[in-house]
Design a protein around this ligand. Structure first.
Ligand code: AMP
Length: 190
């Protein structure tokens, strides 16, 4: 099997979390979701959680310095030595650059950026559905959903231009059943 240092990339609602749950088991690596980490902090009302809330509730990115420090600490833990599944990070070019630096310092090489794509209309439909199921404030408001789509296009999508020349991006169509999408993802690992 090819390397296991993996980034799951794609717009909100593309199915990153769903696919991550399956892929973490397949690869046997920790699933590191910055969205889940922020939600944990918000639920426990930590200082980091209170900072994150100001941004997530508006569909904006939590500032890079805060996010990068959190990921740096997480990747330094021993369980990330045999590989990792980063979900929701990087989401800006400065974060991608910072990740390169973190990798360099820790002797890590990135293997795959799995880019799951779906249409804007599909994003809206999926997020609206998820709001009802998961009670996520950032999924419930159409204005916040639009902000998240805009944030993705303006700040996150440019990461693909950063990674493509490095030959790391694996494009996956996100439309289809959960299992069909997972089958396409598995092929990346040969
Ligand atoms: P997610 O569950 O990945 O959709 O993340 C939920 C929210 O957490 C996002 O809309 C952002 O506000 C925040 N967030 C998650 N990951 C990042 C990141 N890498 N950089 C900045 N903010 C993030």
């Amino acid at each position: 099997m090819s390397g296991k240092n993996v980034i799951l990339f794609g717009p909100p609602g593309a199915g990153k979390g769903t696919q991550a749950a399956k892929l973490r088991e397949f690869l046997d690596v920790p699933h590191i979701s910055t969205g889940d980490m922020f939600r944990y902090h918000m639920k426990n009302d930590t200082a980091l959680g209170r900072t994150a809330k100001e941004y997530t509730n508006q569909g904006k990115l939590v500032p890079d310095d805060v996010t990068i420090a959190m990921v740096k600490e997480r990747l330094a833990r021993s369980d990330a030595r045999g590989g990792f599944l980063l979900d929701g990070f990087p989401r800006s070019v400065p974060q991608a650059q910072a990740l390169d630096q973190i990798c360099k310092e820790n002797g890590i090489t990135l293997d795959h950026i799995i880019n799951i794509s779906i249409s804007d209309e599909e994003i809206r439909q999926r997020l609206t559905k998820r709001a009802a199921i998961e009670n996520r404030a950032d999924d419930a408001d159409p204005k916040v959903i639009q902000n998240r789509i805009n944030t993705y296009k303006n700040q996150s999508e440019p990461c693909l231009d950063y990674y493509r020349p490095k030959g790391l991006v694996r494009d996956i169509a996100g439309l289809g059943t959960i299992d069909a999408v997972f089958e396409s993802i598995k092929k990346v690992f040969g």
